[in-house]
Write a protein that binds this ligand. Structure first.
Ligand SMILES: O=C(O)CCC(=O)C(=O)O
Length: 405
């Protein structure tokens, strides 16, 4: 661990004067004074107050602002203050001969900054977490070498629905851009594209697996959805490391209740190593939006995770990387038969449990025509804008979806 601090400090500005700390007057001067004190501590060898304490005060003050009112109304300035607090705490943890636990805590602190804060200093938290992760990986590999334990996953027999030929989503192999545009994008027709992600490193160079995820991201803290489906009362969100998520919800160690789903919009920004394993499908260039506006989502979970029937305001490519998933699709023209929730928050979600519908409450549902399919690794399902989709994983599964316009 001796060189860890030298690697981190090499990523910081060389002089205190070059370390930027600029805030609008929305941030009180007592807080900016505390930030300046932490900066001074970062560049001096001897300090009177503990750097950990100063960083914690900044974190506590900004955390309160982040948790007051709705997230939409939280001022970005306070999210920046929070990120600085995280950076100073990481420095305090790693400066003097950090233990393995200190390093793990530092990784968690960076992740909290990346999830809750706003970008500072050209993404410094991203740079620092990469350095820290290298350190954790080294020590995990050492531990594993002495373990030699073969880890097996309990795979329950999936409830695989019988797909009727006449309602199955059509498949096509590597269509040209023009053919995809004419036959599917313009008429807004769902289709499964085959052979278009075979070149992804996630499917060949280093195939995604539990071991690979542990290695690349095991110590990273990510938001996890807990509960069978997000429409359930008992559904909640929590923060876990990827290792904790795998142990509790995939390997079922410790008997965690319910289904855990790592369904995330930010995962690939938070962990760029995973983003390097995937590619934007070429067909996205047919959209009118900018490439930077494409949202890339991760969906990682055990068999049995369910995304209730819902619709999204963009085109979607749902790419299956690991395991299989059952998908049911309904056209937006049949929305009146799908009984969307009344509330503003869930108006894009149907009240119907697709595979076990309440026929009395939702009598029209059975009349709505649909298409269905089972996605296998390598398949990419085109879900046209506003098409209702219901998804259930049949086994351990990792998919990536691209929302584009
Ligand atoms: O795979 C899933 O569980 C849901 C995917 C989805 O809803 C989406 O990509 O919009």
């Amino acid at each position: 661990m001796a060189t860890l601090w030298s690697k981190i400090s090499a990523a910081l500005p060389a002089e205190e004067e070059q370390f930027p700390l600029q805030f609008s007057d929305k941030v009180e001067s007592s807080v900016t004074d505390m930030l300046k004190r932490s900066r001074r501590q970062l560049y001096s060898d001897t300090t009177s107050t503990s750097p950990t304490l100063s960083a914690q005060i900044i974190l506590d003050l900004s955390w309160e602002k982040l948790n007051t009112g709705t997230w939409r109304d939280v001022d970005k300035e306070w999210r920046r203050v929070y990120s600085y607090g995280c950076l100073f705490k990481v420095a305090a943890l790693c400066r003097e001969d950090p233990s393995a636990d200190d390093v793990r805590q530092a990784v968690r602190t960076c992740d909290m900054g990346l999830l809750m804060g706003a970008a500072i200093m050209d993404g410094i938290l991203q740079v620092v977490v990469r350095i820290l992760q290298g350190e954790v990986r080294k020590s995990t590999e050492e531990e594993e070498e002495s373990e030699h334990e073969v880890k097996r996953i309990k795979i329950e027999g999936p409830r695989v629905p019988l797909i009727r030929e006449e309602v199955t989503v059509p498949r096509t192999k590597r269509p040209s851009l023009e053919s995809f545009n004419t036959n599917y994008l313009l008429p807004l027709k769902p289709v499964i594209l085959e052979g278009v992600i075979d070149h992804w490193p996630a499917l060949n160079q280093h195939p995604w697996s539990i071991e690979y995820l542990r290695c690349v991201a095991g110590c990273r803290t990510v938001p996890v959805e807990v509960g069978s489906r997000y429409t359930d009362e008992a559904w909640s969100q929590t923060l876990l490391t990827v290792n904790e998520f795998i142990d509790q919800y995939i390997l079922n160690k410790g008997g965690a209740e319910g289904v855990g789903y790592l369904a995330q919009h930010q995962l690939f920004d938070q962990i760029p190593e995973l983003k390097e394993d995937i590619r934007l499908p070429d067909y996205c260039c047919l959209g009118e939006g900018e490439e930077d506006d494409i949202t890339v989502n991760a969906w990682f979970g055990p068999g049995g995770t369910v995304s209730p029937l819902h619709q999204d305001p963009q085109q979607n490519f749902l790419a299956q990387v690991v395991g299989s998933k059952y998908v049911r699709l309904y056209s937006p023209e049949d929305t009146d038969k799908l009984y969307p929730h009344q509330s503003q928050l869930l108006h894009n979600t149907s009240q119907v449990e697709v595979e076990n519908p309440d026929k009395e409450r939702f009598p029209e549902f059975a009349k709505a025509p649909y298409l269905e399919c089972v996605l296998q690794p390598g398949d990419v399902l085109f879900i046209p804008v506003r098409h209702w989709h219901y998804v259930r994983s049949l086994e351990l599964s990792f998919s990536v979806s691209f929302w584009w316009s």
